[in-house]
Structure formats: structure tokens, C-alpha cells
Ligand binder design. Sequence first.
Ligand code: AMP
Length: 299
Amino acid sequence: MSVLIVGSTALDSIKTPNAENPKLLGGSASHAAVAAAFFTPVKLIGVVGDDFPKRYIALYRKHKINLEGLQVKAGKTFHWSGEYEVNMDNRQTLLTELGVFGTFTPHLPESYKKSRFVLLANIAPSLQAHVLDQMQRPKFVIADTMDLWLNIALKDLLALIRRVDAFVLNESEAHQLTDRHNMLHAAREIHKLGPKYVIIKKGHNGAFLSGPRGFFLCPAYPLESLVDPTGAGDSFVGALIGYMATRPGPVENSLRRAMVYGSVVASFCCEGFGLTRTTKLKRSEIEGRVAQLEKLVRF
Ligand code: AMP
């Protein structure tokens, strides 16, 4: 089954303590779409400007991502720039130029509307809602977000999360949203806002799931060296929904394993700048790391 993904399609300029790379292919939807495409066909919704390099379109196509819903508008592509501190855990946003995203209205092609699996990757919650409005009876909808929307669009975000099956956010965002430091308490508060499943991402400490079948702790794959964590969260959720779309039966049965796939693809993402490592990845490498991770946590 195919997955519909909406989110940012961007040019990312990234600085780490060791290197600097301007205008790489980035954006929440780009990372998520490439990750999901290892498992299932992906339909992308986004917008780019007329400055968007043709080689990036070719990269989407190489991953067989359906681009019927990608608008190309006169103007500049969304440009984001971030700089990591020495520990690579903390990141400062240096620049956010909305460009054509400033006036973006997502229109779903007819062929997208019946997608059963929907990922509302990080983007303004009003745009996520606009996509959801156009869908016809999806089976499973996941929404991701970022601190910016908690700060400037909380009302829209709360209206959106009432409508989704799963809500994904990182630890500091969960704390900001609920005022609870304890993860179990934070998850309980978020369930009260609507979603049946709550996934809290904890960076190199893995991820936590809360749902009707209880809790699950998903480990992160331990890496020797980290090049650039940008997009790891988007890759996590992209691989997660991509894997789920391949599994028959109730989503409860596949969610835990889907998180492990998400964690593994996110680990590859961190091994290169932007999408450079993920776009060279092979499915067999993913399976290899899933098997290694399984051995690491078995007792
Ligand atoms: P992550 O490292 O998972 O937080 O995701 C980083 C990605 O988020 C980058 O590729 C950025 O292009 C994208 N991004 C940064 N700021 C925004 C924003 N305000 N809206 C949508 N996407 C963003």
C-alpha cells in the first residue's frame, strides 16, 4: 500500500563542528519520503521554487517517489540553515526563508486521496489539516511537529492532533506541550488530547511508544560516529509508516517493529550530511542493522 507524505521540501545549509554544506536536499517530507520508499511506494506533497536543482528531482525519482503532488512555483525554495554544537545534540536554527512555502496551499491529486497511510510530516499544522481534509478514509494517520508550532500555532496543532491516530514529537516538545517531565505522565496527557498512539523521540536514546497495548521502548542503533543528525526524526517516522504500510492486519501488530525500522533508517541518516547516506542505502543494509539491533536488546 502506498503512503502519502506531506511536509517541507527544502534546501538545507548545515554546519557541524567538522564541516559545512550549503543547500543540500532537505526538508521533513524529503527525509521521510526517501526513508518510506525503501518499503513502499510514496506519494509526495510539497512545493519547491524554480531554483530547485534538477538533480534533486532526479534523486526523488530514483527512489520512485510519486511527484504528481509536488508543486513547482516561481520563486525560491524553502531554505533552512542550522548549526550544531560540539556535542551534536544541540542545534541552533540560523535561518528560515519560507520562499514559496509562504503561500503554499496543498492540493491533492485525485490519485492521492485514497491513500490508506498518511504521514503529516513537520510543517505548519494548518497545512497538515488541509491535507487531512482532502483524504478519503485513511487507515492510519501520523502527525509530526516541531517546537516552532507549539510556540506560534498551538491552537491549530491541538485541533490537528485530535484528528490523528498517532502523534510523534521529541522529548523536549512533549515536556513543552504537557508541562510534564516524566515520559509516562507526558504520554498520558497527550492521549487526552486525542491520539491513540503517542511516540516520543529521544534522539540517541531511542524512542518511546504509548498505546492501547502499553508501552514500548525502542532503542537507537549505537553509532561509532555521527556526521549530521539533521532529518533523523523525519527518517524515523518515514521508515516507520513505510514499513507499516507493508504489513497486513491491525496496526497494533506492526507498530513496534515499525519503530525499530524507523530507528535503523534514522541511524543511517546520521552517518552522512543531509540525505547523502540515506540515498545510497540498500534495503539489505537496513535488514542487517535490524537483525543486529535485535541481538543487542535480547535478554
Ligand atoms: P529534524 O532534524 O528531524 O528536526 O528535521 C530537520 C528538517 O526540518 C530539515 O531538513 C529542515 O529543512 C526542516 N525544517 C526546519 N524548519 C522547518 C519548518 N519551520 N517547517 C518545516 N520544516 C522545517
